[in-house]
Design a protein around this ligand. Structure first.
Ligand SMILES: C[S@@+](CC[C@H](N)C(=O)[O-])C[C@H]1O[C@@H](n2cnc3c(N)ncnc32)[C@H](O)[C@@H]1O
Length: 308
């Protein structure tokens, strides 16, 4: 029987007989994360970001946070689901974020992820939006894990759960694994599989391997955190004689913009990869400020995209 979204993941409250069986199953709740997602995750996820699209009540979010992911974000569209997810987050003391939105529209505002999971959610998306989503995902995640039911009824107007179609959607990614645990002996089995793809365009590298050119911003973010106006900072003083051709208005806007980018990055994470020129000894050609923000915030590595 199809389960309603509002009762999908069991997190608290009265347990139905079905919830009791699912709690001990590989195919639902924590068991689903352990058997279909965890096999693709690294042991050390320090600095890494985990995004769950169609996160329901947030079981995967809590488990990813407990594993040590630095930033964990979930998206779900259903208002009732979101209410319960937020209640449960309050109860479990999680730091992860749950946002309301359509997964197919949410990429621009999301942090760039190391792992993006779509567990029994991608096939609700219309095919045109899904194709756009997968194209845009190329600049937003290093790995994508799809967990999906083997469905018999499949409208062509939606993204498909079929393995051959999924491989086709991700044909310019590298397939790194497939999981399909046996149904036998499980208290509430279902025909599920998961598949993980690696994005060839993005990689995570230690910050020390990157060249950001100069250190003139050193101290800027600390001063901003301490409440100093951007135009009163040491960085501003260094820039002023250096940017002789700029009007005062332009220079003020420049440092205020940097402050706003910093505040956004601190709160919501970094949204785009740093662009690095391999043929210039890993010189950052886009993202110098973001590099310095990450360093100041204690990150040891960043997601980059290489150009030659
Ligand atoms: C079948 S449940 C799966 C929940 C969870 N991923 C899991 O595997 O345990 C699908 C979830 O995706 C959400 N959902 C469906 N379509 C969505 C969309 N287009 N954007 C965001 N969330 C969506 C639903 O509200 C529901 O919580």
């Amino acid at each position: 029987m199809v389960k309603r979204f509002a009762n999908y993941q069991y997190v608290f409250g009265d347990m139905s007989d079905r919830d009791k069986q699912e709690k001990g199953s590989k195919f639902w709740n924590e068991g689903k994360f352990q058997n279909f997602v965890l096999p693709f995750l690294p042991e050390d996820c320090t600095d890494m970001t985990f995004v769950d699209m169609g996160c329901n009540h947030g079981i995967f979010l809590k488990m990813a946070e407990d594993m040590g992911f630095r930033k964990v974000v979930g998206i779900d569209y259903d208002r009732r689901v979101l209410e319960k997810a937020l209640q449960w987050k309050e109860m479990n003391g999680g730091k992860y974020e749950v946002r309301r939105g359509l997964l197919e529209h949410s990429l621009p505002e999301l942090p760039i992820a190391d792992y993006t999971v779509l567990a029994n959610s991608h096939y609700y998306v219309s095919i045109d939006r899904w194709l756009d989503y997968v194209r845009n995902l190329k600049n937003k995640t290093r790995y994508c894990i799809i967990v999906t039911a083997k469905k018999s009824r499949k409208p062509d107007s939606k993204a498909s759960p079929d393995i051959d179609k999924i491989r086709w959607y991700f044909k310019d990614w590298e397939e790194v694994g497939y999981e399909e645990p046996p149904l036998e002996g499980d208290p509430y089995p279902r025909r599920l599989y998961s598949i993980c793809f690696k994005n060839p365009l993005l990689e995570r590298v230690p910050l020390v391997e990157l060249d950001c050119g100069n250190n003139v911003q050193e101290g800027f973010y600390k001063e901003v955190d301490g409440g100093t106006d951007p135009t009163e900072t040491e960085y501003y003083k260094i820039l002023k004689p250096y940017r002789k051709g700029w009007s005062e208005v332009k220079l003020n806007k420049y440092v205020h913009d940097k402050k706003n980018i910093y505040t956004d990055l601190k709160e919501y994470g970094i949204k785009k990869p740093l662009i690095v020129k391999t043929s210039r000894n890993n010189r950052i050609v886009d993202g110098n400020h973001r590099y310095n923000m990450l360093r100041y915030l204690g990150h040891k590595s960043a997601i980059i995209r290489r150009i030659i």
